[in-house]
Ligand binder design. Structure first.
Ligand SMILES: Cc1ncc(COP(=O)(O)OP(=O)(O)O)c(N)n1
Ligand code: TZP
Length: 548
């Protein structure tokens, strides 16, 4: 019986050896180790290259290739397979065989394909248009064989252009002004490609962007946008890509960026992050690694290692075509003193609010989930008045118009609400904004509206709400708290009770939101007093870190 998990997760990188260790398998090993996965390798070719040029590519014998696969699969459970350089049709075909085997034996294993065509020194490593790198006349078949077997494809715009021309009847050059329609066209011709996510990277679009000031890929000499095209993300029946946009990192050293990108993506997927979070983390990791890249030979140098993404300035901005954003541009909400969050009960009546404010709570939320409640308006009005009376921070969940009308301290909104609420109006009225997030992608998206705090959930299983996502646990919570430290106050929510309270507090979040641990307690006044005492003690000993 084949085991389905292992820790650290194993990724299999198929590609070429680069003796100068700028790119190829050497870069893959560096990135995987930096992110905490175990990198195994299947060498497809020995290359002779350095920072200046590719001198030679020597494909390995098929038997050598197969023996490497066999030795790994006889011993380990692959979490993700990353495919880089495939130097000829024979090894591409062998790869297809191994991918089919893996799909049968390890159905949870994901396949990431980085179609390496040309090294960033400008030297061709293999051709997409031929079975033989030297022959560009023979019609290409191995891409058609491989593409339906992979879950992710990560070409840059040039490679995307080559792929589209190789496998479809689109024979004119791809017009980068409409990647979307080209992608739809590709899917229409090859429905079997629908299950893959395509990340079309804008890093190489630099020079074209300089030439085309109105470039709709979004990449420019100052920004680099990677577009995710996925059948899963549709608006009005059309694939609607998400853009992951960052300031271009310009220190001139970027060898191995493509390999590193695909290996970072493979690592985050293998570590159990979902698609959007893995991509957000990948972009963040690459931005940071590029900012530290260095020269080691005579020409362009490689990316540095930089550890787990923990600097918010490297998170990408999230763009979406065809989406009505709830704000005209960037919005800014009033800042909050992080320590003022502390214990943060979330309750559904003004009676509860009064009871808790009397017990000494200073931040509370009114969360009424029935929009048809006959007393909704009255309850919101009462909750806000109680906040003024007790000098407390009362947030209103969802009903931002009423919150503005009655002068609430703040509103709390979920991710979907961000797309529909008039955030300019909320900000102009001077209300604070709290935003729910469930991972890195949503944190990146929330960052665009500069909220007063960011809520992180759900941390543990909860009975209060049906959650579509998995509980995050305190290990991830700690990572989010580190990432946001000093930039946004944080609030943890979901399944938090007396048993896990200390562990949550130790992650360094600024606020702890709870529903049932308080409302179903035999003695709510006592339990909030206990929780507040713990928070104060932690603040005093500086464990409950101030992010001010
Ligand atoms: C402090 C805090 N964090 C998260 C939530 C959840 O808000 P939302 O995602 O809008 O979901 P509902 O509360 O509307 O079910 C919250 N209310 N408070
Ligand atoms: C509203 C909400 N949002 C994420 S988890 C949650 C419910 C939290 O309730 P509890 O503290 O009872 O788990």
């Amino acid at each position: 019986m084949l085991s389905t998990t292992s820790f650290p997760p194993v990724i299999v990188c198929v590609g070429g050896s680069d003796p100068s260790a700028h790119a190829g398998l050497q870069a893959d090993i560096r990135v995987g180790q930096d992110l905490g996965v175990h990198v195994t390798t299947v060498v497809s070719a020995l290359t002779a290259q350095n920072s200046q040029s590719v001198l030679a590519v020597y494909p390995v014998e098929k038997e050598q290739f197969d023996r490497q696969w066999e030795s790994i699969l006889a011993d380990m459970t692959p979490g993700v397979v990353k495919i880089g350089l495939l130097p000829n049709a024979e090894l591409a075909s062998a790869t297809a065989f191994w991918l089919r085997t893996i799909k049968t034996d390890y159905p949870a294993c994901r396949i990431v394909f980085d179609p390496v065509g040309v090294s960033s020194t400008g030297h061709r490593l293999h051709s997409f248009t031929s079975g033989d790198p030297a022959d560009s006349t023979e019609p290409m078949s191995w891409l058609k064989m491989l593409l339906p077997l992979v879950d992710w494809v990560t070409p840059n715009t040039h490679e995307f252009e080559q792929i589209v021309q190789s496998v479809s009847t689109i024979d004119q050059p791809i017009n980068r002004l409409d990647l979307v329609s080209k992608f739809d066209h590709l899917l229409a011709q090859y429905p079997e490609l629908r299950q893959s996510q395509w990340v079309i990277k804008g890093g190489h679009a630099h020079n074209e962007a300089k030439e085309q000031s109105n470039n709709q890929t979004g990449s420019s000499s100052r920004h680099c946008v990677d577009w995710l095209f996925s059948e899963m993300v549709k608006v009005d029946g059309l694939v609607s890509p998400f853009g992951f946009s960052s300031k271009r990192q310009e220190n001139g050293h970027s060898r191995g960026t493509g390999c590193s990108f695909a290996t970072a993506l493979s690592s985050f997927l293998a570590l159990g992050y979902d698609e959007m979070d893995s991509l957000t983390l990948t972009k963040s990791y690459i931005n940071h690694a590029l900012s530290l890249s260095y020269q080691v030979g005579k020409n362009t140098g490689p990316l540095a290692t930089c550890g787990w993404p923990s600097k918010i300035q490297y998170l990408p901005d999230i763009l979406q075509i065809n989406n009505n954003q709830g704000a005209s541009n960037e919005v800014f909400f009033p800042e909050m003193e992080p320590r003022s969050l502390g214990l943060y009960p979330v309750v559904d009546t003004p009676e509860w609010i009064e009871r808790l404010l009397k017990a000494g709570v200073t931040t509370v939320q009114l969360r009424v989930k029935d929009p048809n409640s006959a007393t909704l308006e009255q309850d919101i009005r009462k909750a806000i008045a109680l906040g003024e009376h007790y000098q407390a921070q009362v947030f209103i969940n969802d009903y931002w118009q009423k919150a503005i009308e009655f002068g609430a301290y703040g509103v709390h909104l979920g991710q979907e609400d961000l797309l529909t609420a008039d955030l300019d109006k909320v900000a102009n009225a001077g209300l604070r904004l709290g935003v729910s997030t469930h991972g890195y992608f949503e944190i990146a998206r929330a960052g665009k509206v500069h909220p007063s705090y960011i809520a992180l959930g759900h941390i543990f299983p909860t009975q209060t709400k049906d959650m579509p996502s998995q509980p995050q646990g305190t290990t991830r919570l700690q990572k989010y708290a580190n990432l946001l430290s000093g930039v946004y106050p944080t609030v943890a929510i979901g399944g938090i009770n007396s048993e896990v309270f200390d562990a949550v507090l130790d992650t360094g979040v600024d606020g702890i939101a709870m529903v049932t641990a308080i409302t179903r307690s035999a003695n709510p006044e006592q339990i909030v007093t206990d929780f507040m005492r713990k928070i104060n003690a932690s603040n005093a000993s500086n464990q409950f870190r101030s992010k001010g």
